[in-house]
Design a protein around this ligand. Structure first.
Ligand code: SAJ
Length: 402
């Protein structure tokens, strides 16, 4: 009989993982506390736009290898893919592990000896050890459980491909767990699977995303210096990157999404004195969004003084990155939310989003026709030819043109 896998948390990692594992001849049960999510999935309805996900979901449901429930069932492998957000408290920022521990609590009654539990959610260093203690408190009758941390490292927009092909890290609580859970991943991952300890795996995931944040912060800092000196940062970066050992990332309007602006806090909160660069990068990246907001305000003022009226502005792009419909932690959204407290003469254009903060997005041709200014905040591919569809008086400010 096929081995059974219970995937807890059916978000942008859990759902594609459940489908991929079911496609590899496991019998998979996907679990989510949100009953609406379960109802929709049973009808093949998803709101994640991810290439290849819907056909894979349909195939697995049709074959009967995948089903969805709102609470766990018995299984050989439990895969936890619940979110781990951060809480912004008065004097500190703290990781919120309640969803992960809630998931463990909910599956505990179904555990049997020699079951495996795998955590994929981003967690602070030492969490897997805490989970082991928690499981033994919940189920003192169980003598042997395999437990490992295996962080996901996929790029939204390319999840199915990357889940299959990326190199994975498996960090077990002990050697037996590492081996057993590595063998499990080998059944549906084509990329290399590297064995390590759970603490190293926890640190690797946090280091990966903090590395990105720090490097984007560096690029954003350069962009502000170039702006002050009236030189093109894109020229500087293109030329600098011709050095064989330099690879500067792209400056932007700030860092969005649910990973890179969040994960550095997992390290900062526990290692405050040791994370000076990471804290600075967070600050620089957050400040970059404020800089863009203030610069837009300045441009509105200049237009008003020159023309004796407020401009009509089309804001192009509202998502956290290009060619995506994801608005979580989107800097563009934060800019518009703040701006609309004092300025409402604008359209939002985003081919991937129908409505946001109670504003219906507008077709690009219609919006530009009626606008004085176009502000590009996110470089969706649909905006590449903006100059060919804009009228001669349209002023374009491109904050992504780096
Ligand atoms: N950004 C820049 N400049 C750059 C690159 C990105 O300003 O040079 C901005 C983007 O505009 C966006 C944010 O950073 O607002 C994050 O975008 P992203 O595409 O770099 O990353 P995510 O959040 O979509 O996914 C990341 C991935 N990490 C990368 O290093 C590319 C992925 O590998 C991780 O698994 C994922 O986070 C995660 O779940 O942790």
């Amino acid at each position: 009989m096929n081995e059974k896998v219970c995937v807890v948390g059916l978000g942008y990692i859990g759902l594609p993982s459940a489908c991929l594992i079911a496609d590899a001849s496991f019998c998979v049960v996907g679990v989510d506390i949100d009953k609406q999510v379960i109802e929709n999935l049973k009808k093949c309805k998803i709101d994640i736009t991810e290439p290849d996900l819907l056909p894979l979901l349909k195939k697995c449901l049709f074959k009967g290898d995948l089903d969805f429930f709102d609470s766990p069932t018995e299984a050989d492998f439990f895969l936890i893919c619940t979110p781990t957000p951060v809480k912004f408290l008065k004097n500190k920022v703290e990781p919120d592990l309640s969803f992960v521990f809630q998931a463990i609590y909910s599956l505990a009654p179904y555990l049997k000896n020699k079951n495996s539990i795998i955590i994929e959610s981003t967690v602070p260093i030492g969490t897997i050890e805490k989970i082991k203690t928690y499981i033994s408190e919940l189920r003192p009758d169980i003598s042997e459980i395999f437990l490992a941390y295996c962080p996901e490292r996929v790029l939204p927009g390319n999840i199915i491909f990357e889940l299959k092909n990326n190199t994975r890290i498996v960090g077990g609580i002990d050697q037996v767990s590492t081996n057993k859970i590595t063998d499990f991943y080998k059944k549906f991952v084509l990329g290399d699977i590297l064995k390590t300890t759970c603490k190293i795996a926890e640190m690797c995931k946090l280091a990966e995303n903090a590395y990105r944040d720090v490097n984007i912060g560096f690029a954003n800092e350069l962009s502000l210096i170039c702006n002050d000196n009236n030189i093109s940062v894109s020229d500087v970066i293109n030329l600098t990157n011709r050095h064989p050992r330099v690879k500067i990332l792209k400056p932007g309007i700030g860092v969005g999404g649910h990973c890179i602006p969040v994960d550095p806090w997992f390290l900062i909160s526990e290692n405050h004195e040791r994370t000076k660069i990471m804290r600075a990068a967070r600050e620089v990246n957050q400040d970059k969004t404020i800089f863009v907001y203030q610069d837009i305000e300045k441009k509105i003022k200049m237009f008003s003084e020159k023309n004796n009226r407020l401009p009509i502005i089309s804001f192009l792009g509202i998502t956290y990155k290009e060619n995506s419909n994801d608005i979580r932690e989107a800097p563009a959204l934060n800019i518009i939310k703040k701006l609309r407290q004092t300025f409402t003469n604008f359209f939002i254009v985003d081919p991937y989003v129908d409505e946001v903060i109670n504003i219906k997005t507008k077709n690009i041709d219609l919006a530009l026709k009626d606008s004085d200014i176009a502000v590009i905040l996110v470089k969706h591919k649909q905006f590449e030819k903006i100059r060919s569809i804009s009228h001669s008086k349209l002023i374009i400010f491109d904050y992504t043109n780096v």
